[in-house]
Design a binder for this molecule. Structure first.
Ligand code: SF4
Ligand code: SF4
Ligand code: FES
Length: 225
């Protein structure tokens, strides 16, 4: 994806049930021991194995060869610095979470649970794979954007009565320039868990408008300052 980009071609015998991660291990074991990529659980849980396959961000361990057009092109995720080969720097994702303070600050009460709804449940289920951020066009022009992963994960904090800083979390959503979202829905299309970050962004946007924190005509704009 830059002047130093390098593609290598391999001719590998594949079974339809092989995953992209199986391909990567086959390449490493039989063709190029220097090839670097990430994986841990091999079961779609840890979120570490994200790569771009035939131009789409996917989890390598959950993507079967039979679902793909051939030849198969495997690249590192967009919008994240490359460390080596297919390994990208996930600390950028963590910095985005830190910037919006996406963590609980509990009330000093005994409240243990709260009644969630399906959208709040989605906010709890995110595995922080970053595929949504890798697909987001806003980062092409604005690195201060909070990103779909942070906006999805902060949603539970804006709704959970056990969190002592719900209003503050909503303000952080505004500070993350949520209104720069173009609602292209790329993030919802690539999320391997079907968590629909774009729908959650719409909920947050509606709440910001209701509270007078952003104006209707600013939301959904292409104003890049
Ligand atoms: S819907 Fe918004 S947050 Fe999601 S990829 Fe598009 S611009 Fe980014
Ligand atoms: S919202 Fe989906 S795509 Fe984005 S980080 Fe969470 S699990 Fe991954
Ligand atoms: S290796 Fe854990 S999600 Fe793919």
């Amino acid at each position: 994806r830059n002047h130093e980009s390098l593609f290598k071609e391999f001719d590998v015998a594949l079974e339809p049930n092989h995953t992209v991660l199986d391909i990567l291990y086959t390449l490493k074991e039989n063709y190029d021991p220097t090839l670097s990529f990430r994986s841990m659980c091999r079961a779609g849980i840890c979120g570490t194995c994200g790569v771009k396959v035939n131009s789409k961000p996917v989890l390598a361990c959950k993507t079967k060869v039979r679902e793909l057009e051939h030849p198969i092109t495997i690249e590192p995720l967009d919008n994240l610095p490359i460390i080596k080969d297919l390994v990208v720097d996930h600390s950028v994702l963590m910095e985005r979470l830190k910037k919006l303070r996406v963590w609980y600050e509990p009330l000093g009460s005994n409240l243990q649970t709260f009644k969630t709804n399906p959208m709040v449940d989605k906010s709890f289920e995110c595995i922080a794979c970053g595929l949504c951020d890798a697909s987001c066009p806003v980062f092409l022009t604005n690195q201060d954007f909070g990103g779909p992963m942070s906006f999805l994960r902060i949603y539970k904090l804006t709704q959970d009565p056990r969190h002592s800083k719900r209003e503050d979390s909503l303000l952080r959503v505004k500070d993350g320039h949520l209104q720069l979202c173009t609602h292209c829905k790329n993030c919802s299309m690539v999320c391997p868990l079907g968590l629909m970050p774009e729908s959650i962004i719409k909920f947050e946007e509606a709440e910001l408008i209701k509270k007078g924190l952003i104006s209707q005509n600013l939301s959904n704009s292409f104003d890049f300052f």
